[in-house]
Design a protein around this ligand. Structure first.
Ligand SMILES: [Zn+2]
Length: 400
């Protein structure tokens, strides 16, 4: 067990890292309220700050599908995610750098986090060795080799506020040997990624002295093996990052297997740094994740669901394609206070959906994101009031 640390108290006691961990000029996390393992807080960077727990909408190719930066601002989003693999292929990270980096290119002044590209590449069945992952591009069939160093270099060119290390993310179930190799390789890649980040982020800051400094998060693996999770967390913390992600969950296991692995991981991660559960944000996992001490979440589901006409509501999921909504003038969710629910009815949105008017996907995307942000607001409020258990029960009844 790592001893709980107070913010910045032992910033000087981390000699292993090529960059000072707890360098508060880069990224600082402040806990505002706690309830059990759950906490609300604020992440401060040189760009500004964002409140946690937070849900990050996914803008795969530097846009949340159907939305622009001002839509995200209207929704109150403070941080979004973009995918390194796709941007590295098109338009290319050098092109993004030439357009001023992700923020300037997108006209977005909130925070941006990029993944390392590893997750997409793993779905392409790459050839893995100790050095990196060799894969064929889905865009033009070209063969690339992504290494921890290249992932850091590419992300420094894209210039998100927070970048992720390249990790090995096995699907579950996996053999103990495969999980062990994933944990060992992820740890060795994390050390290489951190060294590369130290060089590349310094080069970035020297080139653009007026831009906010970049941060990097490590990733914990270990499948659903709690001892392996703790070991992976300890080894990642030893290298030292601005924050820590929990990867390799929600990849085939069921939820009763996922939560103990999650709790085992967060119990080892420093209390004064942000924790990010990757790729998980169904309502039950959001609430359970926060209860386990997670601060940051992302997932394509709210936006992907929206494009298929699946609406998130306080009564559960609703498929707008069903005939029963044809003559329904009511809002998508009577309990929702978003701009779409205030103005449009189910019958109209169903008609737009069935006639393939792109406006339907746009409006339902806005609702599903507003609904998810509202759930996160309610979770924050419940942590502050000490009523998270009530919200857990309520959420499980509808979504469990
Ligand atoms: Zn709504």
């Amino acid at each position: 067990m790592t001893e709980p640390r107070s913010a910045g108290a032992d910033a000087l006691a981390q000699p292993q890292s090529p960059l000072a961990v707890g360098d508060e000029t880069r990224l600082r996390f402040e806990v505002d309220a706690e309830s059990g393992a759950a906490r609300t807080g604020t992440v401060h960077t040189q760009r500004g700050s964002f409140a946690t727990p937070v849900f990050m909408p996914v803008g795969t190719r530097a846009a949340v599908k159907h939305l622009a930066a001002d839509d995200l601002e209207d929704l109150g989003s403070e941080i979004m995610l973009a995918n390194t693999y796709h941007l590295m292929m098109r338009p290319g990270h050098d092109v993004v750098a030439g357009l001023g980096g992700l923020h300037e290119m997108m006209g977005w002044s909130g925070h941006v986090l990029t993944d390392s590209g590893g997750y997409q590449i793993f779905s392409l069945k790459p050839k893995l060795d100790d050095d990196g992952a060799t894969f064929k591009s889905t865009y033009d069939g070209t063969v690339y080799k992504l290494t921890p160093e290249l992932a850091a270099e590419v992300q420094c060119a894209l210039a998100p506020d927070i970048q992720m290390v390249l990790d090995v993310c096995p699907s579950l179930p996996s053999s103990p040997e495969k999980l062990r190799w994933a944990v060992d390789t992820t740890a060795s890649w994390a050390a290489r990624a951190r060294a590369a980040f130290a060089t590349e982020s310094k080069r970035y800051s020297d080139t653009y002295p007026d831009r906010p400094a970049l941060s990097q998060f490590g990733i914990v693996q270990g499948g659903i093996d709690e001892a392996l999770r703790r070991e992976s967390a300890e080894r990642t913390v030893e290298i030292g990052f601005e924050g820590y992600a929990i990867g390799g969950l929600s990849v085939g296991e069921d939820k009763t297997e996922m939560y103990p692995a999650l709790a085992a991981t967060t119990s080892v991660l420093p209390e004064d740094q942000p924790r990010y559960l990757m790729g998980v944000s169904d309502p039950v996992s959001l609430v359970e994740g926060v209860a386990s001490g997670v601060d940051m979440f992302d997932c394509v589901l709210p936006t992907r669901n929206a494009r298929h006409g699946t609406v998130l509501t306080s009564a559960g999921k609703l498929s707008l394609r069903r005939l029963e909504f044809r003559d329904d003038r009511g809002p998508l969710d009577p309990a929702c206070s978003c701009s779409v629910c205030a103005r449009y009815g189910r019958g109209y949105l169903r008609h737009l959906m069935l006639t393939k008017e792109p406006t339907a996907q746009r409006l339902i995307t806005i609702h599903n994101l507003a609904w998810t942000f509202d759930l996160v607001d309610r979770i924050r409020d419940a942590v502050r009031r000490g009523t998270l258990d009530d919200l857990r029960r309520e959420t499980n009844e509808v979504w469990g």
